[in-house]
Write a protein of this length. Structure first.
Length: 381
């Protein structure tokens, strides 16, 4: 999910999507003229996100003279067993796994000694400029925001950027960590207009986080200015704010199978036992044999609990579902079950009762609609 609150510049962009078993989010923050951000907007982000290095792929696809035009670029992608993050510029992405903050990308600026060293052959001067930034929830302060004056005649605060005829060079950061399908992964990507406002990112969807940042921009900040305490609201204007959030706290739990149940047990007994332990049971399919029954258990999406995690981990080889102290069924993961993954954006439209998948199949998911819109735009050219 993503959300953008434009200012007069209106140069922030965000995307989210799915390609095969990979989910992704992307944020770009344009600066200078619109040439670079317009090209990024027209690209197929499924192709970009699927590339070995999405930053370098976006750079490869940029065409023409991009003097005085560039954009930051940050990507997060979630596979069943790993998370990968890429970053170029002063936009950032933060990763949480099972509610713990694991990683936050660094901003590529001239405050970073490594970036100063990397760009020393590309710039002729780094000027020690300052700008007011929040340092707490109520106070702002003039802090260092050095500007690099490149040999091409352009000047930038970020030390890395797409565009600008590659005057900054590119050395995007890459981070990878291993996860499992049952881990709760949350990624929050945002432009500098979001991160500058110190918005907590542990909870909330993209719209909520973006609107929080907007309120921060417009409120009064205590500012020590030339030795005198005053207040500022940044002139009543805001920077562009773009936020993309991936959060798979709610997952599509795979179908389970009871491969052998005595015929004396009824569907109602199976349903009651499964509801009491796992909950969210959508429907049961029954295959009847003369000597036994086979039950296939299908679930609505749900928040994964420790019980779900234990069942998922054990159900490949078989785990026990107790009906009483004297009897249990063996549960196995159905061979027909799709891999567990986070829900699509259609989930937000569901009233949390009835069959979620009936609603799902009646709507076009966001990432599919994006592809359709892009296709229609291309055939009109």
């Amino acid at each position: 999910m993503f959300h953008i609150l434009p200012s007069r510049a209106n140069q922030d962009r965000a995307w989210s999507g799915r390609v095969g078993n990979m989910d992704y989010i992307i944020v770009a923050d344009g600066h200078g003229t619109n040439k670079c951000i317009d090209q990024l907007t027209a690209m197929n982000m499924d192709d970009i996100a699927s590339a070995e290095n999405p930053v370098m792929e976006a750079h490869r696809q940029l065409k023409g003279d991009l003097y005085l035009s560039g954009a930051t670029f940050v990507v997060g992608r979630r596979y069943p067993t790993r998370v990968e993050l890429f970053n170029c510029g002063d936009s950032c992405i933060q990763l949480y796994v099972n509610e713990k903050s694991i990683y936050k990308s660094k901003q590529h600026t001239f405050k970073d000694p490594q970036e100063v060293e990397r760009t020393k052959e590309l710039v002729h001067a780094i000027l020690p400029t300052k700008a007011p930034f929040p340092i707490s929830y109520t106070e702002a302060k003039e802090v260092d925001s050095p500007t690099g004056h490149f040999k091409t005649g352009e000047k930038l605060v970020p030390s890395q950027s797409l565009g600008h005829n590659n005057m900054t060079g590119l050395a995007p950061d890459y981070y990878m960590c291993e996860v499992t399908p049952i881990d709760h992964v949350r990624m929050v990507a945002g432009s500098d207009g979001f991160w500058d406002m110190l918005v907590p990112t542990e909870n909330g969807n993209a719209q909520e986080l973006a609107e929080h940042a907007r309120r921060q921009w417009l409120k009064k900040w205590d500012l020590l200015w030339h030795g005198r305490m005053c207040q500022t609201d940044y002139g009543g204007e805001t920077d562009d704010v773009a936020v993309a959030v991936y959060d798979d706290r709610i997952k599509e739990f795979p179908s389970l199978c009871i491969p052998c149940s005595p015929t004396t047990f009824t569907e109602e007994q199976v349903r009651a036992t499964v509801e009491a332990t796992l909950g969210g049971l959508r429907k049961i399919d029954i295959v009847e044999y003369p000597t036994h029954h086979v039950y296939f258990l299908h679930f609505n999406p749900c928040e994964i609990t420790d019980v779900h995690r234990k069942v998922y981990a054990a159900s490949h080889d078989g785990c026990k579902l107790y009906y009483s102290d004297d009897w249990y069924w063996t549960l196995k993961r159905s061979h027909y079950a799709a891999p567990m993954r986070g829900v699509d954006d259609v989930y937000d439209l569901w009233d949390k009762t009835g069959d979620y998948y009936a609603l799902y199949h009646s709507h076009v998911p966001h990432h599919v609609a994006t592809k359709m819109t892009r296709f229609l735009a291309e055939i009109k050219k």
